[in-house]
Design a protein around this ligand. Structure first.
Ligand code: PEP
Ligand code: MN
Length: 354
């Protein structure tokens, strides 16, 4: 349910509607838009009696959101949500790339990769400190020491950092150091972790579960939003299919579908999707052409020595090439769209003159 307020509704009127919703035992979620404020209502098990709200001052109309995901739904908010982390902006007209190694291995390793990816246009740094590894015998990450190294790299480069919280036990320490908390594919349906992320003041990078549908993905984001954290970036990172020549299958078609269904920004992870370095650039091109708001990619100065995911890590020259190519694709699409718009308005002007 969504209460759409008049463009000129006052703060006081918005406040009174929120109060009335609370008195009905429900939760109000005011969502500011470019034109007007809308107030999402959650917590109802059955149809809400809207009579009390329709007559209130400042209320334009009430919309029933038909899908089970409410706050993430475009019906709730037509404008793109823009998640801003320092200068890194996700959503709207921004193309933003997060880059770094799979895992933080040492200060030298991390700071040198951070410096190189910044040089070629990365806006944010990634790195695993607590690693969710398939085998208990694989490198599990440096833990808090890894986060301290990331904070040093942030101080040196000025770029914000994102790292994964693998459980509720370690959420606090990750949250303390990072600018954005990552919830990984294996945890997309870990509801206590999602709720904890929803109570955080830090933005969340939510990765799609490897066997989850789009609806389940959006409902996972809904868990976070329903707790009050609206700063979420979704990440398509590949799903399990019968195809066995790549690690996962990058579901390119999920990108335009998600962009249609939700106002949240959507980025793609071609590294974990493919598991193969040589596929990362072509998949990056495809994801950007399909409308992704950005990418998260693994990069290493010495991928052959990486303690995790070396086979899918780009070398620095490959990262440079990837950045050039996705920038060229974005520029071409924007120029083309600009021409189409100008053509359209010229044609309209001519029609009026005739
Ligand atoms: C990662 O980004 O480090 C990671 C483990 O990714 P995913 O959760 O998508 O497998
Ligand atoms: Mn990895």
């Amino acid at each position: 349910m969504l209460v759409v307020m008049h463009t000129n509704a006052s703060q006081e009127q918005i406040h009174l509607v929120c109060d009335a919703i609370q008195k009905m035992g429900l939760s109000p979620h005011p969502i500011p838009g470019a034109q007007r404020v809308a107030i999402g209502i959650t917590g109802n098990k059955e149809m809400v009696d809207t009579n009390r709200l329709t007559g209130m001052a400042g209320v334009l109309n009430i919309i029933h959101v038909t899908q089970p995901y409410k706050l993430t739904n475009r019906e709730m908010k037509v404008d793109d949500t823009i998640v801003s982390i320092g200068k890194a902006k996700f959503g709207g007209n921004n193309l933003t790339v997060i880059a770094g190694p799979c895992a933080v291995e040492s200060e030298d390793q991390y700071v040198s990769i951070a410096t190189e990816v910044k040089r070629y246009g990365a806006m944010m740094l990634r790195g695993g400190a607590f690693k969710p590894r398939t085998s208990p015998y694989s490198f599990q990450g440096l833990g808090e020491k890894g986060l301290q190294i990331m904070a040093k790299a942030r101080a040196e480069t000025g770029l914000p950092i994102v790292s994964e919280a693998v459980d509720t036990d370690t959420f606090d320490v990750v949250e303390e150091y990072v600018d954005m908390v990552q919830i990984g594919a294996r945890n997309m349906q870990n509801y206590s972790l999602l709720r904890r992320a929803g109570r955080s003041k830090k933005p969340v990078l939510l990765k799609r579960g490897m066997s989850s549908t789009i609806k389940e993905f959006l409902l996972a984001a809904e868990y976070i939003m329903s707790e009050g954290n609206y700063q979420i970036v979704l990440c398509e990172r590949g799903i399990r299919t019968f195809s066995d020549y790549t690690r996962f299958t990058l579901d390119i078609s999920s990108i335009p579908e998600l962009k249609k269904l939700t106002h949240l920004p959507v980025i793609a992870d071609p590294s974990h999707a493919s598991g193969k370095r040589e596929m990362v650039i072509p998949l990056s091109r495809a994801a950007i052409a399909a409308g992704a708001d950005g990418l998260i990619v693994e990069v290493h100065t010495h991928p052959e020595q990486a303690l995790s995911d070396g086979a899918q890590s780009l070398t620095i020259p490959m990262f440079e090439r990837m950045m050039e190519e996705i920038t060229a694709i974005t520029r071409t699409i924007r120029e083309h769209n600009g021409k189409m718009e100008r053509g359209g308005s010229q044609a309209r002007a001519q029609a009026v003159c005739r």
